[in-house]
Design a protein around this ligand. Structure first.
Ligand SMILES: C[S@@+](CC[C@H](N)C(=O)[O-])C[C@H]1O[C@@H](n2cnc3c(N)ncnc32)[C@H](O)[C@@H]1O
Length: 255
């Protein structure tokens, strides 16, 4: 165990081998795994062959399936497709893989990320021979373990009418997060876990992020009265996550 307070736990281990999460204990998983786009993380190789990436995904998906409660939900932030090193339909492949393992499909949210990284590849510039088409969006795949209707937990929701109306429209538009501001190579913006947590879980539920990075999911869970568990293989990122969680916890204590 790397860090634990009353509501937040950080586990500095590999998602594939940790034994720190109990079976059937998690209400909601919100996560953004490595995208296999050669990002320079400290501790893991983000440049696997596509077949190895799918095998890795299958392995950690099956662990998540075990960790979820029967009415547990899984919000998976992934790319729509892969454009470098051969075109791949990543979203379609991971959806298929998860449902083949036993997850049930609920829906796909398209995240329209205004400031997605600048285009570098055009294929055949101004020519029809081989142009590249790249959509400036990511997906949030919404899956569940056994049944969609949620019966466990406090039953207490904390979103208002405007939030419910906006978030149940499956096109979400908000900007990405700055790597520099957070000090991590691929953070997601707090708005992403905030919407997932408030739309899909109750107050006091337990939310897991198996690739917690800089701890964004834990910060948002804490701010919204959920318990948070984060797994992260890199110790430096665990330290960053702990610092971010401690900062908001201290700020909340001042009020
Ligand atoms: C896309 S980032 C997640 C960023 C996070 N959402 C945030 O807001 O900071 C993926 C994270 O997964 C971690 N990671 C990669 N392989 C892992 C593994 N096998 N087990 C646990 N963590 C891993 C990386 O170190 C990286 O911090």
């Amino acid at each position: 165990m790397f860090f634990r307070n009353e509501t937040v736990t950080i586990i500095n281990e590999n998602v594939l081998t940790t034994r720190a999460v109990e079976k059937d204990s998690i209400d909601l998983i919100v996560t953004s795994p490595p995208y296999n786009v050669d990002i320079k993380y400290n501790a893991n190789d983000d440049n696997l062959s596509y077949a190895d990436y799918l095998a890795f995904s299958e392995e950690w998906f099956s662990r998540c399936l075990q960790w979820l409660k029967p009415d547990g939900r899984f919000c998976l932030n992934i790319p729509l497709d892969k454009n470098k090193g051969g075109q791949q339909h990543v979203g379609a492949d991971l959806t298929k893989l998860a449902t083949a393992l036993g997850f049930h499909y609920h829906s796909t949210i398209v995240w329209n990320e205004g400031n997605i990284s600048r285009r570098t590849a055009w294929g055949s510039w101004l020519k029809a021979s081989a142009p590249y088409v790249i959509a400036p969006v990511e997906l949030i795949l919404v899956l569940y373990k056994e049944r969609w209707k949620k019966t466990s937990g406090s039953g207490q929701s904390d979103m208002n009418k405007e939030e419910f109306m906006e978030w149940t429209n499956g096109l979400w538009t908000f900007p990405g997060e700055s790597k520099k501001r957070i000090g991590h190579p691929a953070p997601f913006p707090a708005e992403l876990p905030r919407r997932c947590i408030k739309l899909f879980s109750y107050v006091d539920d337990t939310v897991l992020d198996p690739f917690v990075g800089s701890g964004t999911t834990l910060v948002v869970a804490h701010l919204n009265q959920r318990r948070g568990i984060g797994i992260e293989v890199d110790k430096g990122y665990c330290t960053l996550a702990k610092e971010r969680v401690s900062l908001v916890a201290n700020q909340l204590r001042l009020f």
